[in-house]
Design a binder for this molecule. Structure first.
Ligand SMILES: Nc1ncnc2c1ncn2[C@@H]1O[C@H](COP(=O)(O)OP(=O)(O)OP(=O)(O)O)[C@@H](O)[C@H]1O
Ligand SMILES: [Zn+2]
Ligand SMILES: [Zn+2]
Length: 803
C-alpha cells in the first residue's frame, strides 16, 4: 500500500475526483485514510484528504505526498463514506462535504511566500524585495515593481521560488510544565554540586526534592519568586525537564452541575420508551417519531435512552436547535451525565469548539449535545441519535453544502445499526406523514407532566380593537392580564413574531392579505414599483390604495420591532420590569444566559423576545404568554407559512403553566379564523395536519411533491434573467411531463450585495435523471462561475428558505 488516493482542496468540477500520490518512505505506515496531507498539485502545494490506500495506479509517474498534517486521522472511515453520500445527495464537491464535517480550526489556510534559494548577491530588484530576509510574503512581491515575467525568469534561473505554506489555524491550548527528571536523592547530589551563589537554582532543586509532581512553569516561578533564566542551566544539566501539556478549554468549567437521577417514568412515558429500548437491545436501525405535547417529558425519555446506550459502552448524539441550546438544556444533560458530555454550539469560540470536538475524537466523552453540525461528531460506536424539535428549519444548512441534519442522522444510524428518535410537539409535515404511513414508528405523549393542563388560550381580534379605538399594539385584555400578573408576582412571556422580513401588506380594518391565485402564498410588496408580486411564479398586480375587501384605506406594510414594543409597553405599564431578548441584546457572549438567569431569578416581570424565547424554556412561575402578532409569519412568501405559524404558536404557548400554576395564552391576530391560528389555539395537531395536507396536495407541495430550488445571481440583471431562462427551458425540455417548472422569477430578496437574484423552482414526483441534468448545467457554466464576482448558481434539493 504505497499509493494514497486523495481528494484535493480545489472545489471545482474538474478536480472533484480522486488523485493518486506516492507515499514516500518516511510516511509509509503513517498515512491512513481520513488524514489531511499536503500534496503537489500543478505548480502549487495544497491540502488534501486521504480517502483510501492502494498499491497500484493507472498512472506510472506519481508525485509524492509532501507532508502529513495529522498523526491520527481527522475523519473516520464512516465519515468518509458519509462525505461521499452527502456529495451525491447535495451535488456539492466531495472536498466541501469533508470540510463541512470538521471544526473550523482544522480548515487550513494557505500562505504564499517567496523563498530565497541562494546566498549569492541577488539581482537588484530582488534585493529590494528581500531586504536582507530569506523569506518574504508573496504580497510584497505583488506590491513591488517586479513584473510576473521577471519573477518567472528569476524562478527559472534558480534565485527564488514561490512557496505555498499551509497554515493550519489549529490552536491547541498548551501549558508549559516543569517536572524533575531525577529521584530526590540524585537531586540532593546535584544540589551539592551547585555553586553557592546560584541561590535561585538551589531553591528550585530544593523544591523538587520536597515535591516530585510536575507543575506549570508559571506557578513554579511565582511560588519561588524566580525567573525562567534560572531554570535553563538545570534543564541543560538534565535535572529537570520542560514540556508542553495540552490543556482543554472547558467552557462549562466554571459551573457545577447538580447531579440528577432518572425520574420514575409515568405510564405514558413508559409506553413510549419501551420500543426505543427494545431497538437499542437488538442494535437495529429504526426511526421513531416521538410526538409529545409541550411539557410532556420528552427530554426525560431522551435522557433515559441515552443512559441505556452508555451502559452498553456506546455513544450518543443529541441534537437541539441552536436557539434552544440554552443553559437550561445543557444543565439537564450535564446534570445527568456529568463530564461524559461535550457541548457544541455557536456561542463557543473556534478554539473551544475544537476542544469539545477533540474530546469526542479522543473518546473522552460519550455524549455530544449540540446544534446542527454536531451530527458529524467523530464517534465510532454510535448507539442512538436523537433530534429534539425535529421540525426546526435550523437543522437545514443554508449555504455551500445544503444538508439536512435529519437526513444525515438517518444515514449514519443505518451504518451504525442504531435507532433515531425525532422528537417534537409539532413535527414537520413531512415527518408526520412518514410516521402516519408507517415508515417511522410513532410514539405519542398526550399528557403534560405533573397533571398540568395545557394553558387556556384566547384569540383576540385586533380588528375589533381598532374599531373600538385602541390603536396600540396591545389589546386591552392582554394589558389587563399583564398588570394582574405583576400584582400577583407571577411572570409573563411576550412573543413578537418577527423572523426574516415583513414583506406583505395587510388591511388593518379587515385583516385582508393579498395572495397569489396560483401558489397560495402571500404576495410580496415591492416598494419601488409599488407592485405586489408572487415570487414563486412571477404573477403580479399593482399595489391597491384601498382594501379590495372592505374599501378601507388602512391597507399598509406590516411590521414592528421589539424595541418599539418595549418602549410602548413601558409607557403603558411604567412599573413593569422588562427583559428584552433579541439579536441586539444577546449579541455579547454570555448575554443570552445572563438574561435568562435574571428572568429565572425573578428579576423581571416580563420577558419580551423573538423566536429565541419560543423554545425549551422551563420556568414554573410563567403563567401568561402573549403572542403579539400571530399574522407576521403567516404571510411570509413561503408555502410553509401556515405550518410555521402553527408550530410557533404551539411552542410559545407551551412556555406557560408548566408546573403548579395554571397558564393562560393570549394570541393577538387580524385573522382569528385562519385554520392554523384556530387549531394551534386548540392544540389540535391532527386536524391541522389534515387541513394542511389537503392544501399541499392541491398546490403540489411537499410532502406530495419534491422541490428543487435554483437560485441564480450575478451583478448584471440581464445576465441573471438570461441564465435562469435557459435553465428553465432546459429543465422543461428534459424532465418528464409530470414535473412543474416555475420561473424565472426574481427572488423575494431581489438584490443582495449588488447582485441580482432570480430563481426557478421544480416541483416533481420522481425524476431519476434530475441530478445528472443539473450536473450538466453546472458543468456548462463552470467557467463563468469561477470568475471573481461572477455567476453563481445554487441548487437546493430540500429548500426551506425560499427567499
Ligand atoms: N417522569 C417524570 N416524573 C416527574 N417529573 C418529570 C418526569 N419527566 C419529566 N419531568 C419534568 O417535567 C417537566 C417537563 O418535561 P420536559 O421539559 O422534558 O418536557 P418536554 O416534552 O421536553 O417539553 P418541551 O417540548 O416543552 O420542551 C420538566 O421539568 C421535567 O423535569
Ligand atoms: Zn380591508
Ligand atoms: Zn404564484
Amino acid at each position: 500500500m504505497n499509493i494514497a488516493r486523495v481528494i484535493v482542496d480545489v472545489p471545482s468540477q474538474n478536480t472533484n475526483r480522486l488523485f493518486d500520490y506516492g507515499i514516500p518512505e518516511k510516511f509509509v505506515n503513517i498515512v491512513q485514510p481520513g488524514m489531511r496531507v499536503i500534496v503537489p498539485f500543478g505548480p502549487r502545494k495544497i491540502l488534501g484528504y486521504v480517502i483510501s490506500l492502494t498499491d497500484h495506479s493507472e498512472f506510472d509517474k506519481l508525485k509524492n505526498i509532501e507532508d502529513v498534517l495529522d498523526i491520527t486521522p481527522t475523519l473516520t472511515p464512516e465519515l468518509l463514506q458519509i462525505g461521499k453520500w452527502l456529495s451525491k445527495q447535495t451535488l456539492s464537491f466531495y472536498v466541501s462535504c469533508l470540510q463541512v464535517m470538521l471544526p473550523q480550526v482544522l480548515k487550513a489556510k494557505y500562505r504564499k511566500e517567496l523563498w530565497r534559494l541562494t546566498d549569492e548577491v541577488l539581482p537588484e530588484e530582488l534585493t529590494n524585495i528581500f531586504a536582507g530576509r530569506d523569506i518574504v510574503n508573496y504580497q510584497e512581491f505583488v506590491n513591488s515593481e517586479l513584473s510576473y515575467q521577471q519573477l518567472r525568469k528569476y524562478i527559472d534561473e534558480g534565485w527564488v521560488d514561490v512557496h505555498y505554506e499551509v497554515k493550519s489555524r489549529e490552536t491547541k491550548k498548551t501549558t508549559t510544565m516543569i517536572t524533575p527528571l531525577l529521584e530526590p536523592i540524585e537531586l540532593e547530589e546535584a544540589l551539592i554540586d551547585l555553586p553557592k551563589q546560584a541561590t535561585k537554582q538551589r531553591t528550585i532543586l530544593e523544591y523538587f526534592i520536597e515535591k516530585q509532581d510536575p507543575l506549570p512553569k508559571k506557578q513554579l516561578l511565582s511560588i519561588l519568586n524566580t525567573s525562567a533564566s534560572s531554570l535553563k542551566p538545570l534543564i541543560k544539566q538534565g535535572n529537570i525537564r520542560e514540556y508542553k501539556l495540552e490543556t482543554m478549554r472547558d467552557p462549562y468549567a466554571h459551573r457545577d452541575f447538580e447531579r440528577t437521577l432518572p425520574f420514575p417514568l409515568t405510564e405514558e412515558q413508559q409506553v413510549a420508551i419501551v420500543p426505543i429500548l427494545h431497538r437499542l437491545e437488538e442494535e437495529k436501525h429504526e426511526v421513531f417519531l416521538l410526538h409529545g405535547v409541550t411539557g410532556s417529558g420528552k427530554t426525560e425519555i431522551y435522557l433515559q435512552s441515552i443512559q441505556r446506550v452508555l451502559d452498553k459502552d456506546q455513544e450518543a448524539i443529541m441534537l437541539v436547535p441552536e436557539i434552544a441550546l440554552t443553559p437550561q438544556m445543557v444543565e439537564r444533560f450535564k446534570g445527568r451525565f456529568g463530564s461524559k458530555v461535550a457541548v457544541l454550539h455557536s456561542g463557543l469560540s473556534a478554539g473551544e469548539k475544537y476542544d469539545e470536538w477533540r474530546k469526542i475524537q479522543r473518546k473522552e466523552v460519550q455524549v455530544v449535545v449540540g446544534a446542527r453540525s454536531a451530527i458529524f461528531a467523530p464517534f465510532t460506536n454510535i448507539g442512538i441519535i436523537i433530534i429534539d424539535e425535529e421540525h426546526e428549519s435550523s437543522y437545514k444548512q443554508e449555504d455551500r453544502t445544503r444538508y439536512h441534519a435529519r437526513d444525515v442522522a438517518i444515514e449514519r444510524a443505518k451504518i451504525h445499526e442504531c435507532p433515531v428518535v425525532l422528537g417534537s410537539a409539532t413535527p414537520a409535515l413531512e415527518t408526520y406523514a412518514r410516521a402516519a404511513k408507517g415508515n417511522y414508528q410513532m410514539l405519542t405523549l398526550k399528557k403534560r407532566m405533573n397533571n398540568a393542563t395545557m394553558p387556556s388560550t384566547e384569540l383576540i381580534d385586533m380588528r375589533d380593537e381598532l374599531h373600538q379605538g385602541n390603536r396600540s399594539m396591545f389589546s386591552r385584555v392582554l394589558l389587563d392580564k399583564l398588570k394582574d400578573r405583576i400584582n400577583k408576582g407571577e411572570q409573563s412571556v411576550l412573543f413578537l413574531n418577527r423572523r426574516g422580513y415583513a414583506t406583505f401588506v395587510m388591511c388593518r380594518d379587515c385583516g385582508h392579505v393579498k395572495e397569489c391565485p396560483h401558489c397560495d402564498i402571500a404576495l410580496t410588496y415591492h416598494r419601488i414599483q409599488e407592485r405586489l408580486k408572487c415570487h414563486y411564479c412571477s404573477y403580479e398586480e399593482p399595489m391597491p390604495n384601498e382594501c379590495p375587501e372592505c374599501e378601507s384605506k388602512t391597507i399598509r406594510y406590516f411590521g414592528t420591532g421589539t424595541q418599539k414594543v418595549e418602549e410602548a409597553l413601558q409607557e403603558l405599564i411604567p412599573e413593569a420590569r422588562i427583559i428584552r431578548m433579541d439579536v441586539d441584546t444577546t449579541s455579547r457572549k454570555g448575554a443570552h444566559e445572563r438574561l435568562l438567569n435574571d428572568f429565572g431569578n425573578k428579576k423581571a416581570d416580563v420577558l419580551l423576545g423573538t423566536q429565541m424565547i419560543a423554545k425549551g424554556l422551563d420556568f414554573g412561575n410563567v403563567t401568561l404568554v402573549g403572542v403579539l402578532a400571530a399574522d407576521a409569519l403567516l404571510n411570509l412568501p413561503d408555502f410553509r407559512a401556515s405550518e410555521k405559524t402553527f408550530q410557533l404558536i404551539t411552542q410559545v404557548s407551551g412556555r406557560a403553566g408548566r408546573q403548579k400554576l395554571a397558564g393562560e395564552v393570549i394570541i393577538q391576530t387580524y385573522t382569528p379564523d385562519h385554520y392554523s391560528i384556530q387549531l394551534a389555539s386548540e392544540y389540535n395537531f391532527e386536524q391541522f395536519f389534515k387541513e394542511e395536507m389537503n392544501l399541499r396536495k392541491a398546490f403540489n407541495y411537499p410532502p406530495y411533491f419534491f422541490l428543487t430550488l435554483f437560485t441564480i445571481s450575478h451583478p448584471n440583471q440581464l445576465k441573471v434573467q438570461e441564465v435562469t431562462q435557459k435553465i428553465v427551458y432546459f429543465m422543461r425540455k428534459k424532465l418528464s411531463e409530470e414535473a412543474d417548472i416555475l420561473g424565472p422569477t426574481p427572488s423575494a430578496l431581489t438584490r443582495i450585495n449588488n447582485r441580482y437574484r432570480y430563481q426557478c423552482m421544480v416541483k416533481y414526483k420522481d425524476e431519476p435523471e434530475q441530478r445528472k441534468l443539473i450536473q450538466r448545467i453546472l458543468h456548462y457554466y463552470e467557467d463563468e462561475m469561477k470568475e471573481e464576482n461572477g455567476l453563481q448558481i445554487t441548487v437546493d434539493f430540500q429548500p426551506y428558505q425560499l427567499m
